[in-house]
Each structure stands twice: as structure tokens, then as C-alpha cells.
Design a protein around this ligand. Sequence first.
Ligand SMILES: [Zn+2]
Ligand SMILES: [Zn+2]
Length: 173
Amino acid sequence: MAIPRLEVRCHGCDYIGHISWKPLAIEYRLPDGRRVRGRCRKAWCFTCDGITDAEGALGRDEIQANMTAPAPRGVLSRLVRRLSGSGNSTHSPTDLLQQEGLKQLAKDRKSGPKCLHCGGQAIVPLEFGSDGNSDVRHHCSGILYLIPVDPDSGPLPSYRLQTMVLDSEGNKL
Ligand SMILES: [Zn+2]
Ligand SMILES: [Zn+2]
């Protein structure tokens, strides 16, 4: 059975990029020794000039919103959630500890979200609307778009979840 490929192209040039299927998790080590699960997301990195995994939102408000908001509905978010098996979240005591840790992280953090590949901050979140277009402009000034795939159809390859360990500023440990 063929594995569906998530292919990204550009309206302005012949760029073709691929989105990795491998699920990735972030674990932050806070200065007080606490370990906190972070969020990662697909992003466009201008330093890498390509698709990358990056840290998710780190602001206090965004973290709060993430806790209460319904899951994002974009095609890519749905796929990534399905791949990482984090579809339904229930608020267990562990989640509350997590929340406290994330709030602490948001308070301490001085830099913005970083690219997990190069550590740069020149990133924009990569998400695609129902028409397949993102709002990311390629260096040719064309818009990046996703070759359509149905996120609910067909088997997905399963990879072991890889965890990246970062300090509270998002540097690899
Ligand atoms: Zn282009
Ligand atoms: Zn990068």
C-alpha cells in the first residue's frame, strides 16, 4: 500500500517540499527541574528555507486558549494530531500540573518560538485552509499550498514518537 505523501508546492515557482510524517514531541526541562510537555507544530523556516518542526505557541494567553479551545480544524493540524495520537484530551490532574509548568515556561521565556532544526526564530506557522492555500509567502513571493489529501482516509504510516528535550529557552539539551 502506497504511503500518502504530504506535498507542498508554491504558486510562484517550481518549489516542492514534503511534510514529515514522523510525530515529534517536545519536553522542556524547567530550571527547577520540572519536565513539561510542550507543543510543536509544522512551520516554515526562512533560515532553513523549508518546512520544519518548530515550537508551538509560548505566550500565556495562547497556552490558556489552547487548553480550552476546540482542536484546530485545519487539514494539517488534524493530520498531525492523528499521527501523534493526541486527539482527545481530558483534564486529568497530570494535565493541571502540565498547565502550571507551561504557565511557568511562558513567564520565564524570553525568546520566541524556535525552529527545531536550526534554532532560528525566523519562522511562521504552516497551516492550510480548505482551499489548500497557506498564508506563507515563499521567497519568490508565491503562496505555498498543499497538494490535497483526505486526512481521514487511508492508513497512515506509524513511526515511533520522537521526543526532543529542550531547555526553557527552546535550546536543545
Ligand atoms: Zn516559490
Ligand atoms: Zn530552521
